[in-house]
Design a protein around this ligand. Sequence first.
Ligand SMILES: Cc1ncc(COP(=O)(O)OP(=O)(O)O)c(N)n1
Ligand SMILES: Cc1nc(C(=O)O)sc1CCOP(=O)(O)O
Ligand SMILES: [Mg+2]
Length: 576
Amino acid sequence: MSCVFNVVDFSSHYSPHLHLHLHAHSQITPPLLSKRAINRFWNCNSDSINHQTPRFVKMQSNITSNSIPTPIHTFDSELNKIPHVLTVAGSDSGAGAGIQADLKTCSARRVYCSTVITAVTAQNTLGVQGVNIVPHDFVQHQLNSVLSDINVDVVKTGMLPSLSVLKVLCQSLRKFPVKALVVDPVMISTSGDILAGPSVLDGFREELLPMADIVTPNVKEASALLGDLPIKTVSDMRTAAKLIHDLGPRSVLVKGGDLPNSSEAIDIFYDGQEFYELSSPRVNTRNTHGTGCTMASCIAAELAKGSSMLSAVKIAKRFVEAALEYSRDLLIGNGVQGPFDHLLALKNINQSSYRQDRFNPNDLFLYAVTDSGMNRKWGRSIAEAVKAAVEGGATIVQLREKDAETKDFVDAAKVCLKICRSYGVPLLINDRIDVALACDADGVHVGQSDMPARLARTILGPEKIIGVSCKTPEHAHQAWLDGADYIGSGGVYPTNTKENNRTIGLDGLKEVCKASKLPVVAIGGIGMSNARAVMELGVPSLKGVAVVSALFDRECILTETRNLQAVISEAALLTQ
Ligand SMILES: Cc1ncc(COP(=O)(O)OP(=O)(O)O)c(N)n1
Ligand SMILES: Cc1nc(C(=O)O)sc1CCOP(=O)(O)O
Ligand SMILES: [Mg+2]
């Protein structure tokens, strides 16, 4: 064993537990460790009681805390290092738990996740219909492939279906030490099916738990690990946490989600010195399949990013709580226990209002841009103005509410979105990416001094529409490079709506249109008198006109929009 340990580079691989283990079993003494490794090893745990949120109550410990500082899981300072969790677990065909839950959790928490599959289960929301155990030598093969190549920060274990699989895992962890080991002692599925037998239980107690940085049993698993010790109260959970800690893991999280008759989900975290009671509101939902796997992989993900153990546990609890809350009414499968949505993204898909097309350049044809000052002047709400414009034939709407309070802006945007969706008209938000996200608008329009389009694209994702204001061919080229969908170009004519706006004229517009790889909408001083001239420019990339005052600074928005529609439609027909 010691010859294996002698090849370990202590400055880059860090598992406090493996180090302790190593001191006990090999001849390596602390002076042989690099200064950096020693510093990291004895770094104080930054989670003191002062940092706790009120919902996480530190409990009195029976153990007098001594002055030995607790190591934290620090993260190598190499720039651009991607945090990496390896999950060693079973596949769940229903994708609520197991490997699939781990992958979704790590993606949601922005951590790379590799997988070693220990068993393939046939499973759905009704239960487990079949289990096919992967031979232990092939589990070892997978472990070797990943650990020998990709720099793993944290290993998280789930279903370990046989003692031989557990043993090859322990061997690999000794050969390839990692920064932390998170053990979710999966034994019985939530549907009551046995996923690991008694010999595995012995393996947990004797071999795996002593190597673990944290073990995360639920009440049933904690009881099984302790020879069927009854656990019925929070006080029992605390006793169990202490007894499991005595088996060797550095920390224990006993999850009380299954305890009956409580409006709260209470977990007990014990790090060998202090007990912490972590409580969250119990979410009343059938969609809880995979919460254990998710909790453990989220802890692993946070450790991989450099969190202390207590922080990682707190974040994981919040993450699970938020995902359950978001998913409480999701209907996936016909069984009693459904999966939940780790990425908080599935709900809109079912809405009848979901837009089918991502972006159609022809939507730029008659582009209505609102103005709160004009609406105030004419005594109408944003929603009334938008409704009149879409009824009159506006093909896209932008809410340009420069002086609205954020809350009012979001509220109005939600109402306008409903109106626009009912007409199949996209709704964009001017400048405010946050408002667009909050109301799930179809996209944003940004100018040269607003949020850069490239960044807006990263934040909003691939499906949202992004428009960029461009006065020059260079702007247009950059907008294309940045992943925009269209450009707005102007001011074509002088305007009173936007202060200090440089007029580029029809010639400037033509130059931009010719250079642009993206569809263009013209803006600035456009109305009934000059829209035809703009449309007759005859450049293929020019798709329409964007108008503020000629629609909204008028008594009847509906009539003005209809009239402008007629004029530009006629011009478009003539120039085809
Ligand atoms: C379609 C369209 N084109 C241009 C603009 C102007 O955007 P920006 O330059 O960011 O100026 P503000 O509108 O924010 O004052 C636009 N809004 N829409
Ligand atoms: C919002 C805006 N952007 C412009 C640009 O040149 O980029 S001109 C403009 C105002 C357009 O209002 P109206 O239709 O009332 O002239
Ligand atoms: Mg702007």
